[in-house]
Design a binder for this molecule. Structure first.
Ligand SMILES: [Zn+2]
Length: 255
């Protein structure tokens, strides 16, 4: 059994066939799907999906760095409000991104720190996105050393050195479709990482793994990532499933 620790299957890309998508995930042995929120506009659809599939889909709450704009303080207030109302599996996705837009860099850092404080307060992990900002994000996480902050750097594509810095901070690494890409470079990096800190994810609808690269991604395709991981780590697919499912349960379900 596998856990997809990162799938946005509540987005409009899945309008009309999300039930079939979930059935295929069940058929492929996916036992849980974790839903990272984007911003205030995605919350309703995410929570509706979670309500329809209890004990299968698990919602997070958080503000994505690409949605950190002028109104970010209002958006963070909404996140804080939700946390006071009900429990969530994690705060996510949060983080930093300088790939598309550098305008709100200071606000991105402020939103990140604020949401880390919320995670500590509620004793839940953070799910971190970083694009072009891995070292900056490691620095931000280091500010919280000793606070009990825990979480995962999702869609990890860094170097072995960066990966080990992250796991030395007690954080996990989310491995997704990039591990299956020919020029992804992760085949050399993953064997150097702490295997007890690796979790699997699809990042659906993005980053569909080979041999389905370029298509819409969905949780059932986690099998391609697990198979690639078994080649890279020289383990059986069953061992990869056991290892990464235990890691995901340790981080998200046993705190
Ligand atoms: Zn995401």
């Amino acid at each position: 059994m596998l856990i997809d620790t990162h799938a946005h299957i509540f987005l409009e890309e899945f309008d009309g066939d999300v039930d079939a998508v979930i059935q295929r995930a069940i058929d492929e042995g996916i036992e849980k799907i974790l839903l990272p929120n984007i911003d205030k506009d995605s919350i309703d659809d995410m929570l509706q999906l979670e309500e329809k599939y209890p004990d299968y889909c698990y919602a997070m709450i958080g503000l994505h760095p690409c949605s950190v704009k002028q109104d970010f303080e209002k958006q963070l207030y909404i996140v804080e409000e939700w946390l006071s109302r009900r429990s969530f599996i994690a705060i996510g996705e949060i983080g930093t991104d300088l790939y598309w837009d550098k305008t709100f860099w200071e606000q991105q850092k402020e939103a990140f720190r604020f949401q880390c404080e919320l995670a500590i307060k509620h004793n839940i992990p953070v799910v971190i996105h970083c694009r072009e900002t891995i070292d900056e994000t490691i620095d931000l996480v280091e500010e919280f050393e000793g606070t009990g902050l825990k979480g995962v750097f999702h869609c990890f594509t860094g170097s072995a050195e960066q990966g080990n810095q992250i796991t030395d901070l007690g954080f996990y690494l989310g491995i997704g479709g990039v591990s299956t890409f020919k020029n992804g470079g992760l085949d050399k990096v993953i064997p150097e990482l702490n295997a007890n800190k690796l979790v699997l994810e699809t990042d659906s609808p993005y980053l569909s793994p080979a041999p389905e690269r370029g298509k819409r991604n969905e949780p059932s395709k986690l099998k391609f990532i697990a198979t690639r991981m078994s080649e890279i780590l020289e383990l059986s697919v069953h061992e990869v499933a056991t290892l990464t499912t235990k890691n995901a349960n340790d981080l998200f379900f046993r705190s």
